[in-house]
Design a binder for this molecule. Sequence first.
Ligand code: CP
Ligand code: NVA
Length: 328
Amino acid sequence: MNLRGKDFLTLLDFTSEEINELLTLADELKRKKKAGIPHRLCEGKNIALIFEKTSTRTRCAFEVAASDLGMGSTYLGPSGTQIGIKESIADTARVLAGMYDAIEYRGFGQEIVNELAKFSSVPVINGLTNEYHPTQVLADLMTIREHFGTLKNIKLVYLGDARYNMGNSLLVGCAKMGVNFTACAPEGYMPGQELIDKCRGFAKESGAVLEFESDPKKALKDADVVYTDIWVSMGEPEEEWAKRIPLMRPYQVNSELMSWAKKDAVFMHCLPSYHDMKTGIGNTVAEKYGLPDGIEVTDEVFESEASIVFQEAENRMHTIKAVIASVL
Ligand code: CP
Ligand code: NVA
């Protein structure tokens, strides 16, 4: 595999073999990290981390990964830079490419990260856009493989807002890697037809079964992985909650929904999650709309034995490390 110099913008641009090798490298880097074996594969290099939206996992994953690889990193947060206000993305790309060996970008439209990559002479890694979250799905695939020992014949059901970054990226990742994928969402919240058609092509090769089903009980039949994400994403207007809650309520992952999946099914979530009343938004929304047990997932499921969300979160770091080491 030679991914040197390649941008990591969506999993659409990678073959299943390449994704598999990234996962295998992530496994190896995780083993080394746990064993205390140094793996400073990118000694002396530097990465710029642009975050136009907030982050805990992705930022920390990039910073720790860079440090473990022997690299320097600079965090450019949602405020305090010239990006977008006094300087275009094209100019920013050329400035940063002169100083850094790679650039991570988290922000709004996919076209922005594409533009950054177009004008940057160093690899650009997508740390989340409205449309895609490819480093998250790499961590998800790693976690599924760790748990079940394989990706084949695993059925993942994604419930909630399936037309946004997580729904789209899971569809692509599963279709490429042969994971059976069911999007379970209300009307108007399924991935776009163009993306579905593309993924049907990948699924033909990988053997993945792709389904789009709005009834959670039907969707969850034989599910190994029950996956959800918040119902209103970063950057979406707050007013969306009023519209989304009644639409999404039947898709809340609670004990009843979990009982429709396989007995040994696991629960996954990219996080952050509104599973309790301990967050600002979670509390306000839960109170306002009468969801005291959690919003997209109940606290009971989130804290249950089936939940592997923190293993999944840790794997963000190992997979991001594999991506950085591979593109440099
Ligand atoms: N899952 C994820 O991307 O988390 P952050 O928003 O905290 O980076
Ligand atoms: N859909 C969520 C994912 C967060 C990791 C968002 O964009 O806010």
